[in-house]
Design a protein around this ligand. Structure first.
Ligand code: ADP
Ligand code: LRH
Length: 486
């Protein structure tokens, strides 16, 4: 057909959206039909996602989409690492835990005494983060002994929604790679890691690549939403993989920053880079679209500001950032990756202040000063990681593509250009949705294979930020070689 229409469901940690994408004459137009907030739900000392509430919003978005006429395909992406357990009757066992749940405290350190860090890295290529699925599963079993034995299936969050849409249970590869239970060399689950951590292999469904057709929506979905005959096509279900697929870059010498709740800073490589140097920098090798590897690192990101904003009564982001830009420059800096910033809490502004006090710096007082401190610190840390990526890949990075909700923060874009000394190209804001939609369109045969980035380049307006000179004092303020710290 000349025209095809696809629906992307993109669940971010701070918000979700359902969008309609129309592909015609090699161009994509995107209309966001429905947006809704997302966040953790604290229950009895644990932290969960409201996965049923998200599903209700998804159904609402699908009803709106059905009202626009026939839809060729639908696919889901979300944040990584989190999962649901189902029993033998395919019913949920308990809730879906949030990766920031403190149940994983100390688990990673403990497990790395069973299988050495080097061996786990060699088998998976994945960065050591305390909330990787591997450690969450062990924490789950410790909290609820026997639960992994009772469970029949494990589905990652987007796979759970694909199951509810299509009736098929699979694990899509890009998100499977974030579990630290996946071997990027074989494309299969990493047996030795499963054995060492005592994760039953029988829980894990078959792995399928992005762009896999999972069949038509079920009759229950047709009844509930009006969608009929629509294929469920797994996109790159890891949101970061979808975002990177839509980075509007050509040629070589570029890096990306997927900027939202997290800052994901990395490059695309043709193969996993699993070397002692990559391990020293705790870089991760996540699976990308088209058999690529996303060699990247997590930086704590705008999460710290999101939590401060909650403490300050939810002022508008635009206002917060405008005020931060007016605050004095050359103030204190934090290490955004300090573990104290990981858990949620209305005391986030105090945590930032405490860090500054402990490190003998001035204490930022107003929301504007605190926000500026966080933004400058993110820019410094981003520059450090870009240098680490250059060292590990022995390639020069001259351009940084910033995509995602955070690419709207023009002040941060400029800070990153200035502090890293590189050209920043900002946009698209909705890269994840676009990547999700284009992988579906490719799988449906509506666009030529490998043409995703060209389509983004012709469909989206971009902004450029040239580096300006900065006082040399800005650069070395955080530690010696922070990029080397895991
Ligand atoms: P996630 O997918 O992790 O939920 P997003 O990619 O949606 O995150 O990005 C969310 C971030 O985008 C917010 O934390 C905020 O910093 C930034 N943002 C959202 N709206 C605006 C706005 N109007 N102006 C500037 N920044 C914004
Ligand atoms: C970003 C993201 C990131 C993961 C984190 C858990 O939304 O998927 O890539 O590390 O969430």
């Amino acid at each position: 057909a000349d025209v095809s229409r696809h629906v992307a469901i993109d669940l971010g940690a701070s918000s979700g959206r359902v969008a309609l994408g129309t592909v015609q004459a090699g161009k994509l137009t995107v209309e966001v039909l429905h947006r809704f907030p997302n966040g953790g739900v604290p229950v009895q000392g644990g932290l969960y996602w409201d996965v049923l509430g998200l599903w209700r919003e998804v159904l609402h978005g699908l009803r709106l989409a059905a009202g626009h006429g026939p839809i060729d395909s639908v696919g889901v992406d979300s944040w990584a690492v989190d999962y649901a357990l189902l029993d033998e009757h395919d019913q949920l066992i308990g809730g879906v835990h949030h990766y920031r749940d403190t149940r994983t405290d100390g688990v990673m350190e403990d497990l790395l005494t069973r299988m050495p860090r080097e061996a786990v890295y060699d088998a998976t290529g994945i960065q050591f983060l305390p909330f990787n699925t591997a450690y969450q599963l062990v924490a789950h079993e410790r909290q609820a002994p026997g639960v992994l034995g009772r469970a029949a299936h494990l589905l990652m969050v987007p796979d759970l929604l694909h199951f509810w849409l299509s009736g098929r249970q699979v694990t899509e590869q890009t998100n499977a790679s974030t579990t630290q239970l996946y071997d990027p060399r074989t494309g299969q689950w990493a047996g030795p890691v499963l054995d060492a951590f005592q994760v039953p292999a029988g829980l894990l469904p078959d792995i399928v690549p992005p762009g896999t057709d999972l069949g038509e929506v079920t009759s229950a979905i047709t009844h509930e939403t009006g969608l009929a005959g629509t294929r469920v096509v797994a996109p790159a279900t890891h949101d970061t993989a979808s975002a990177v697929a839509a980075v509007p870059a050509r040629g070589e010498g570029w890096a990306y920053l997927s900027s939202g709740t997290w800052s994901l800073v990395g490059v695309e490589t043709s193969h996993p880079v699993i070397t002692p140097e990559a391990l020293r920098h705790n870089l991760t090798n996540e699976a990308g679209v088209g058999s690529t590897t996303r060699l990247l690192k997590n930086i704590m990101g705008l999460w710290i500001i999101q939590e401060c904003r909650r403490a300050w009564g939810n002022p508008e982001f635009a206002q917060l950032y405008a005020n931060a830009e007016l605050a004095p420059s050359g103030g204190p800096l934090i290490d955004p990756d300090d573990a104290r910033f990981l858990p949620p809490g209305l005391d986030m502004p105090q945590r930032v202040q405490a860090y500054c006090e402990e490190t003998g710096q001035a204490t930022p007082q107003s929301p504007a000063e605190i926000t500026r401190c966080i933004l400058e610190s993110l820019a410094v840390r981003t520059s450090e990681v870009l240098s680490a990526l250059e060292n590990v890949t022995r390639q020069t990075i001259s351009t940084v593509h910033i995509v995602g909700g955070g690419s709207q923060v023009r002040f941060l874009n400029q800070l990153i250009a200035d502090l890293s000394g590189r050209v920043v190209v900002a946009g698209p804001v909705e890269a994840t949705l676009i990547g999700n939609l284009l992988v579906q369109a490719e799988a449906c045969g509506q666009i030529p294979e490998g043409s995703l980035r060209d389509i983004v380049l012709t469909s989206e307006a971009l902004d450029t930020f040239e580096p300006r000179s900065v006082p040399a004092t800005r650069k070395p303020l955080i530690g010696q070689d922070q990029a080397a710290r895991s």
